[in-house]
Design a binder for this molecule. Structure first.
Ligand code: MG
Ligand code: MG
Length: 262
């Protein structure tokens, strides 16, 4: 069942989202060669808990040990922070984070370049970021969930890159994962009708060489089957009567004026 959120509830979710937006600004400054993913995770947990009533949403969710998912290079999602994973020049790292504050959740992800990265890695990040922006623009009352996926597909089409098919976005609210599922592929006009009050976590994942993924031996990390690079950008987005509202971005930023930061 797709639960609609009131205007007041969406404001609560925006407050959770603002913490995430602020956290990413800090993480961006800390992503550099020599930093471990566990150090980023420790910083993130402290940052989140420094906001009254806010807790890291992922920690303990389904048994996940971290506050962040930190996925490097071929890792797509759900990488576990570790002091043995140290960032190196030329890596890309996808950081995914959730916050719950006063009962309301936010979920967002960004892929960062560690120092100078290859042109291919840069292109992959650009294409994935653009796919998210296109998907957000399609998150409009009266359209359908299929329009969102179709927008991702159109944005990635022609790049030569591949949309990860087996992982999807989701509704979000009091829980991290609510109905509906939001696939990164679709047909305009199909799927559940988008209505004001729906809040969706939209999260294209795009890889260089394949759409296929595999689970690594830790039982959590999902990586590309061919070892090629993968990028991930995600925002929590409310459907409103005035268009899509990004709850995990700068406050009051509404597509199509969307920019997603560097
Ligand atoms: Mg996420
Ligand atoms: Mg998500």
């Amino acid at each position: 069942m797709i639960e609609l959120k009131s205007a007041a509830e969406i404001e609560e979710m925006a407050a959770s989202g603002a913490i995430i937006h602020g956290l990413f600004a800090e993480i961006e400054r800390r992503v550099e060669p020599g930093v471990s993913t566990l150090a980023l995770d420790a910083f993130a947990e402290e940052f989140i808990r420094s906001h009254e009533g806010a807790v890291p949403l992922f920690k303990g969710q389904y048994g996940f040990p971290g506050s962040l998912c930190t996925s490097i290079n071929a890792e797509v999602v759900h990488g576990i922070p570790s002091d043995a994973r140290v960032l190196a020049e030329g890596d890309i790292i996808s950081v995914d984070v959730g916050v719950r504050r006063r009962g309301w959740c936010g979920d967002s992800a960004r892929t960062f370049a560690v120092g100078e990265v290859s042109d291919q890695a840069g292109d992959l990040m650009t294409v994935t970021k653009r796919a998210l922006a296109a998907a957000i623009k399609a998150t409009v009352a009266g359209k359908h969930v299929g329009d969102v996926g179709a927008a991702v597909e159109a944005a990635v089409h022609g790049s030569g890159f591949h949309i990860i098919r087996d992982l999807v976005g989701h509704g979000i609210g009091r829980e991290l994962h609510e109905d509906p599922q939001v696939p990164n592929r679709g047909t305009a006009g199909e799927g559940p009708l988008l209505k004001a009050g729906m809040v969706l976590a939209i999260e294209p994942m795009v890889a260089v060489g394949t759409w296929r993924i595999r689970t690594l031996e830790d039982g959590w990390t999902m990586a590309t089957a061919d070892g090629s690079l993968s990028a991930h950008f995600e925002h929590t987005v409310a459907v409103t009567d005035h268009g899509p509202r990004v709850l995990t971005g700068p406050r009051e930023r509404i597509a199509p004026a969307l920019e997603m930061g560097s």
